[in-house]
Structures are given as C-alpha cells and as structure tokens.
Design a protein around this ligand. Sequence first.
Ligand SMILES: *[C@@H]1O[C@H](CO)[C@@H](O)[C@H](O)[C@H]1NC(C)=O
Ligand SMILES: *[C@@H]1O[C@H](CO)[C@@H](O)[C@H](O)[C@H]1NC(C)=O
Ligand SMILES: *[C@@H]1O[C@H](CO)[C@@H](O)[C@H](O)[C@H]1NC(C)=O
Ligand SMILES: *[C@@H]1O[C@H](CO)[C@@H](O)[C@H](O)[C@H]1NC(C)=O
Ligand SMILES: *[C@@H]1O[C@H](CO)[C@@H](O)[C@H](O)[C@H]1NC(C)=O
Ligand SMILES: *[C@@H]1O[C@H](CO)[C@@H](O)[C@H](O)[C@H]1NC(C)=O
Ligand SMILES: *[C@@H]1O[C@H](CO)[C@@H](O)[C@H](O)[C@H]1NC(C)=O
Ligand SMILES: *[C@@H]1O[C@H](CO)[C@@H](O)[C@H](O)[C@H]1NC(C)=O
Ligand SMILES: *[C@@H]1O[C@H](CO)[C@@H](O)[C@H](O)[C@H]1NC(C)=O
Ligand SMILES: *[C@@H]1O[C@H](CO)[C@@H](O)[C@H](O)[C@H]1NC(C)=O
Ligand SMILES: *[C@@H]1O[C@H](CO)[C@@H](O)[C@H](O)[C@H]1NC(C)=O
Ligand SMILES: *[C@@H]1O[C@H](CO)[C@@H](O)[C@H](O)[C@H]1NC(C)=O
Length: 385
Amino acid sequence: MWKVSLIALCISVCARVGVGTLHVKGAGAVLGGEAKLECWKDGADAQVGSLEWRDPKGNMLFFGEDKALQDPRFQMKLWDLNVSIILLKKLQHKDYGNYTCTDYGQSPPLNLSVPLVLWILPKPIELSGPHHEILENTWFNLSCTTSIGKPPADVYWRKETRRLPNQTVNVDVNGNVTCNVSILARLPDDEAPVHCVVNHTSGSSSVPWLLSIGHLPKLQISKANGSWMEGQELKVECRANGRPRPSGTRWFRGRTPVSSSLLLNFSSLTMSDAGLYECLSVNIFGQSRATFNLSVERLKSVTPTGVTTNTSAAPVPSNDWLLVAGSVCLCLFILIIIAVATARYFNNHKGSYVTHEGRVAPFDPEVETLTPNGGASHDGKEFFM
Ligand SMILES: *[C@@H]1O[C@H](CO)[C@@H](O)[C@H](O)[C@H]1NC(C)=O
Ligand SMILES: *[C@@H]1O[C@H](CO)[C@@H](O)[C@H](O)[C@H]1NC(C)=O
Ligand SMILES: *[C@@H]1O[C@H](CO)[C@@H](O)[C@H](O)[C@H]1NC(C)=O
Ligand SMILES: *[C@@H]1O[C@H](CO)[C@@H](O)[C@H](O)[C@H]1NC(C)=O
Ligand SMILES: *[C@@H]1O[C@H](CO)[C@@H](O)[C@H](O)[C@H]1NC(C)=O
Ligand SMILES: *[C@@H]1O[C@H](CO)[C@@H](O)[C@H](O)[C@H]1NC(C)=O
Ligand SMILES: *[C@@H]1O[C@H](CO)[C@@H](O)[C@H](O)[C@H]1NC(C)=O
Ligand SMILES: *[C@@H]1O[C@H](CO)[C@@H](O)[C@H](O)[C@H]1NC(C)=O
Ligand SMILES: *[C@@H]1O[C@H](CO)[C@@H](O)[C@H](O)[C@H]1NC(C)=O
Ligand SMILES: *[C@@H]1O[C@H](CO)[C@@H](O)[C@H](O)[C@H]1NC(C)=O
Ligand SMILES: *[C@@H]1O[C@H](CO)[C@@H](O)[C@H](O)[C@H]1NC(C)=O
Ligand SMILES: *[C@@H]1O[C@H](CO)[C@@H](O)[C@H](O)[C@H]1NC(C)=O
C-alpha cells in the first residue's frame, strides 16, 4: 500500500501535445510543512503562456503568472516561458489531494493531475532490551517501537550495514510498529552497536543499542600441577576473569574452605598438604571451578656424621671424613720422620751448634724416645723456624 503512495509521490506524468511535451511533478509534505508543485513544457517551441493551476476542489490558484486565490500560503516560486513552479506553505489537511495543471495553449486544453501527499513522520524510536550483560551463546531479544508513519516507513535492525536476520515487524491498528530481533550473543560483539533504523520517505533515522555480552569466570592457576619438596614455601594464585567481574575467588580442599582469597598459601609444605585443591569463582552467570593437584615429596634426611642414616647418601659424607683424617695422619707422620732425621743431624754436629745456643743441653738418646709424643712434635716445629 505504501509502495503505491511512493509511486504516486514520485509521479511524473508526460503527455504529448502538438509541439513540446507537458510535465507535472507532485510532492509530499508533513502537516504544517511546505510543498512545491511543478508544471513545465519542453521541446522546440515550448512556451507556456496560458498555464493554469487548480486545487483539489477545483478552485483556480494561478492563471499564467497571476494569482487567482488570495491565500498568502500559496506563492508562485518560478514563472518562465516554459515552466511554472508554485509553493504551498503551512499545509492543512484540506490542502492534500490532486492538483491540476491545464495548458490552454492546446486545443482542446490539456489537463494533467498531480498529487500532494500528506506525510506523517514516524514517532521517535524507542528501544527496549535486557539492561544487563547477556551470557555468551544465548539468544536474546531487542525491541524497537515507533509509528509506521505515512507513507509507511521501513523499520528494521541492522549491524554495521547488514540487516540482521531473525526480525519480526508488527504493525498494530494504531499504526504503532514494533520490530523485534533475536540475536545470538557472541563475545566478539561485546560493546558493538546494533541500530534500529526507521527509513521514511522524509528521511532515515536510527538509534543505537550497545550489545553487552558476558561470560562465566575464566580461571587461571599460576602453577601447573606438580610436585614440591616438603618444607618448601608455595603460593598458588587463581586469577579469575569474568564479565561481569566475578564477586570473589576462593580455594577449597574437598568441601573445606582453605583460602577466601585468590591466594593459596603454604609457608612450609608438609606431606599432609598433598592433594586436590579447587579454586571457585562466581559471577551473575554462575560458578567456575579449576583444580590444582599438589604432590609433596618427602625431604631426604642428611646428617653430617652419617652414623645413624639409613639412606644411600649417608656413607658419602663419612667416606669424606675418613679421607681428611687419613691425610692429617699422613702429614703428622711425615713431620715426625723429618723431626727425627733433623735430631739425628744435630747429634752428629753437636759442637758447632752449641757455640750459638749455649743453653741447649747436649742431646742424648732420650730425644729419640721423646719424639713419638706431642711434646716432641712441638719441639720439632721450633726447629724448623
Ligand atoms: C525552458 O526553455 C529553455 C530554452 O528556451 C531551456 O533551456 C530550458 O531547459 C527549458 N526548461 C525546461 C524546464 O524545460
Ligand atoms: C488523484 O488522482 C489519482 C489518479 O491520478 C487517483 O487515483 C486518486 O484517487 C486521486 N486522489 C484524490 C485525493 O482525489
Ligand atoms: C480540463 O479542466 C477544465 C477545467 O477544470 C475542464 O473544463 C476540461 O474539460 C478539462 N479537460 C479535460 C480534457 O479533462
Ligand atoms: C525472543 O522472541 C522470540 C519470538 O519473538 C521468543 O520465542 C523468545 O522466547 C524470545 N526470547 C527471549 C529470551 O525473550
Ligand atoms: C535466525 O536466523 C537464522 C538464519 O538467518 C536461522 O538459521 C535461525 O534458525 C534463526 N534463529 C531463530 C531463533 O529464529
Ligand atoms: C500506539 O498508538 C497510540 C495512538 O497513536 C498511542 O496512544 C500509544 O501510546 C502507542 N503505543 C505505543 C506503545 O507506542
Ligand atoms: C516484541 O518484543 C516486545 C518486548 O519484548 C514484546 O512485548 C512484543 O510482544 C514483541 N512483539 C512481537 C511481534 O514479537
Ligand atoms: C531508504 O529507503 C530508500 C527507498 O527504499 C532506499 O533507497 C534507501 O537506501 C533507504 N535508506 C536507508 C538508510 O536504508
Ligand atoms: C591439574 O590436573 C587436573 C586433572 O587431574 C586438571 O583438570 C587441571 O586443569 C590441572 N590443573 C593445573 C593447574 O594444571
Ligand atoms: C601468604 O603468606 C604471606 C607471607 O608468606 C602473608 O604475608 C600473606 O598474608 C599470606 N596470605 C594469605 C592469604 O594467607
Ligand atoms: C594428582 O597427582 C598425583 C601424583 O602426580 C596422581 O597420582 C593423582 O592421580 C593426581 N590426581 C588427579 C585427580 O589427577
Ligand atoms: C633402610 O632402608 C631400606 C632400603 O633402603 C629400607 O628397606 C628400610 O626400611 C630402611 N630402614 C629404616 C629404619 O628406615
């Protein structure tokens, strides 16, 4: 029906009469607006000396250049040898209908009729839809309401330049039009606008609706499942990322809460800490969980003496100790040999030495018996210096 109106609006009627062809062009306008009606002749000998305009009721408006009806709302906009353009202002309901342009230069006179169409603009667009994040991969509906207008407007939803699928348009008896669209929420579309478009003959308008798409918390545990040593410090973080923001992150072991924050804390691991831990995070869409499997390895005991250890590692340090002790004994033994050798030497050259150190008693065989004990080694040391 509105397509018919559009065609009527854009009407351009042509007729061939003698030399030159007469044309008329109608218009559409809103109540209170203004419209321009045109009547012209083209062709070689195209003069319009005797053009006449009549309104829908048959009242003469203009004859040639002269105004016939004394209504200031009607004006001659352009008058030339082959064209007549009239302007109708502050349009009222009674002004709408067919206007006639008659060319009295022809015999018989030629009448062409052209419509002035009432336009009713659609109402401002109203949108409605969910005012919170939509869970990804779910369907939701948006609704766009306006009035269909006259001629009827085209009302639809678009994203960028693409008309969205899954739309329904419903026009009620009052001329209110509702265009509903079902959209599948996809995370990449978060914060992207979709528009409700109202395309009316008078112009196109659109209103955006920002998509807001959310998801369950996504959890990331800072440590991979694995094994730690007994006594080690361990901190495991459970980072939650969600839209809307998760209300909190907690750790559980079985049903027992072990941390009310994102941090699972062990200042010193014990064997009993080993087990499965679960990190939980919640937002409006629900709860997500991630598990962390902690293994603890028993610390191998290492004692310095190696006397009581039962591990294979224990003999190694005791072997080392024996080696050191052996080396010390060997050194002592060499020192004693040297001491004895030196004492013998001095015994043989007694005279020359006494002149220097008069107080040194003459060495007697006693010295040899003394050497094995500590006192002798002390003496030996003095010898070297
Ligand atoms: C009116 O006639 C003139 C020449 O006389 C021509 O140039 C002009 O295009 C014509 N106008 C129309 C609307 O046909
Ligand atoms: C205007 O004229 C067309 C035919 O040209 C006709 O169908 C229509 O009903 C007329 N409109 C009025 C308001 O008279
Ligand atoms: C054109 O209109 C005039 C006046 O309204 C009328 O007298 C005449 O008969 C019409 N001519 C035709 C061909 O319709
Ligand atoms: C969206 O609209 C369709 C039909 O228009 C309906 O079947 C569906 O239940 C609606 N979905 C929601 C989430 O309201
Ligand atoms: C939406 O449209 C697509 C194709 O345009 C169709 O495959 C799908 O079934 C429709 N979904 C709904 C809920 O209408
Ligand atoms: C529908 O149209 C009527 C009359 O034009 C109006 O009073 C009413 O508010 C409209 N309803 C909506 C939902 O726009
Ligand atoms: C469009 O959506 C609105 C609001 O969700 C609902 O009231 C209306 O019935 C729907 N209309 C159609 C034709 O689905
Ligand atoms: C409005 O509709 C007209 C006619 O159908 C079309 O040419 C134009 O591209 C449309 N504009 C928009 C913004 O959709
Ligand atoms: C630990 O292993 C479990 C399966 O046993 C797995 O579901 C979980 O994602 C792993 N967690 C980490 C942090 O590697
Ligand atoms: C974790 O341990 C550190 C010290 O190692 C401490 O400062 C922090 O408060 C602990 N956090 C929790 C949640 O126990
Ligand atoms: C946790 O880890 C231990 C040792 O790696 C393994 O034996 C056990 O099956 C794991 N538990 C789960 C639930 O994956
Ligand atoms: C000593 O070690 C062996 C194997 O290395 C083991 O079978 C034994 O039970 C251990 N004894 C003690 C007392 O730990």
